[in-house]
Design a binder for this molecule. Structure first.
Ligand SMILES: [Zn+2]
Length: 457
């Protein structure tokens, strides 16, 4: 038997951390940052459930910050072991962890300047030096091969189809005496461009699976019709399409659709800009690993000269001031920071423009205000009137919906002894639990934060 403790992403969608203890071995699967509401974010400052120096190793399923963003803190608090992950995850971590550290340091500086922190001086959760130290611990590991992690246990990375390098992690005994535990990470989708389908037919005694969209079904694939309509209409008005996007993952899929639609003659010829140094580096990593991606990426690669990379701040400023029709992709995805804020500041008052949201907009963000129809938003201390059109497309999510989760579960050769739903809000989790119980007859549990369970291994 082994002990599993749910230290994050339990009845919520961020902070993924699962502690596995067996035969004196301590492994932490994922080390994510809590994000969103304040109650969750304050957990980032709590002492860890066990002393970090007693953890033998960390294993990362993929590079998203809600699965990796607490690693520099764990390292700063005394964790000294190796961090296993795939090549793609290591590459993307080299972008997202220093960036997260930079934001933490900026927040602390800002709090000190304004004097609003309870702590004097306000300290960052971690620094860029901590992020660099965390990156030095990464052990780049192949997919589909057993990797010894000590005390007679092995891990294996299996393609999850959710992001470059994304995986499920299977933990087994080296002597094959048990089917093992499958940590599902985040589950990708079927028949999507860029990424492979989730790997079918994995065998495990214990399964952890995400449930972000456990109560929802994504709108059926519309072959980019919505995107084509929005861009064509904006072009006809002589405006710009401003797309706030997360720097990794989503940008590649957007570019794919833009080039495909253009190829099919469904888009007007107009310049496409990617205004984010991090997104531009991310695109390069996707190209470097195209062997593990969907073959359709090859087609996109041939077309890549068609977008203009905006690297320097000066070029970005010039683009903000440029009035000509264009598609501009810039981060952050929820319009809370980054270069897209400057594009919105200049572009929102102009009725010719469109702001197009392609990702989940969390409560309290500027993106959420805009999609809920705000007539003005506050930026740089000013009230900016919203005359631009606000649109959103839901079909571009990289998380499996309820139907796709069930479809993946049906590929299991036999039912796991127990399935834990993680990485979801409670309403979505209840809906998915009922569906799995009814349609598959499996035993399903929805753990709470900090819950400890005994599992076979
Ligand atoms: Zn993810």
């Amino acid at each position: 038997m082994a002990t599993l403790t749910f230290l994050g992403a339990a009845r919520t969608v961020t902070g993924s951390k699962h502690l596995l203890e067996v035969d004196g071995l301590r492994v932490l699967i994922d080390c994510g940052l809590f994000q969103g509401l304040k109650d969750l974010r304050t957990r980032n400052w709590s002492p860890f459930a066990v002393r970090p120096e007693t953890i033998d190793c960390v294993v990362l399923t993929h590079a998203h910050i809600d699965h990796t963003g607490w690693l520099p803190r764990l390292v700063a608090q005394g964790f000294t072991g190796p961090v296993y992950c795939t090549e793609g995850t290591a590459d993307l971590c080299s972008l997202v962890l220093p960036d997260a550290a930079h934001l933490q340091e900026e927040d602390a500086r800002f709090a000190n300047k304004r004097g609003y922190s309870r702590h004097h001086p306000a300290l960052p959760l971690y620094t860029e030096a901590d992020a660099a130290e965390a990156l030095s611990r990464l052990r780049r590991s192949p997919f589909g091969r057993k990797i010894a992690i000590g005390k007679g246990f092995e891990i294996e990375f299996i393609h999850a189809g959710h992001l470059l390098g994304s995986s499920y992690v299977k933990v087994t005994r080296a002597d094959n005496s048990s089917p093992g535990i499958l940590f599902g990470g985040d589950l990708g989708r079927y028949s999507r461009p860029i990424l492979p389908d989730p790997t079918p037919g994995v065998d495990a005694d214990v399964l952890l699976v995400e449930s972000t969209y456990g109560d929802r079904v994504h709108p059926p694939e519309d072959d980019g019709a919505a995107l084509a309509r929005i861009i064509t209409e904006t072009h006809a008005r002589g405006g710009k399409v401003i797309i706030p996007a997360f720097a990794i993952g989503r940008v590649e899929e957007l570019l794919y659709w833009l080039f495909k639609l253009e190829d099919q003659g469904r888009l007007p010829q107009l310049p496409v800009y990617v205004d984010s140094p991090m997104a531009i580096k991310g695109i390069a990593f996707y190209q470097a690993h195209r062997g593990e991606l969907d073959k359709e990426l090859e087609a996109m690669r041939r077309k890549l000269p068609r977008f203009t990379a905006v690297n320097s701040g000066l070029e970005s400023k010039a683009l903000v001031e440029n009035d000509r029709p264009a598609v501009i992709i810039a981060s952050s995805g929820m319009a809370t920071g980054g270069r897209v804020v400057h594009h919105l500041f200049a572009g929102l008052p102009d009725p010719r423009n469109t702001v197009l949201f392609v990702g989940f907009q969390a409560a309290g963000t500027r993106g959420r205000q805009l999609i809920e129809g705000a007539r003005h938003v506050k930026m740089f201390g000013q009230h900016v009137p919203v005359h631009a059109r606000i649109e959103k497309i839901d079909g571009l999510s990289s998380h499996a919906d309820a139907g796709e989760i069930i479809r993946w579960l049906r590929t299991f050769r036999r039912a796991p002894k127990v399935t834990y739903l993680v990485h979801g809000e409670i309403v979505a989790q209840d809906a998915l639990r009922l569906r799995i119980e009814k349609e598959l007859g499996w035993r399903v549990e929805v753990p709470v934060h900090g819950q400890k369970v005994e599992v076979p291994l």
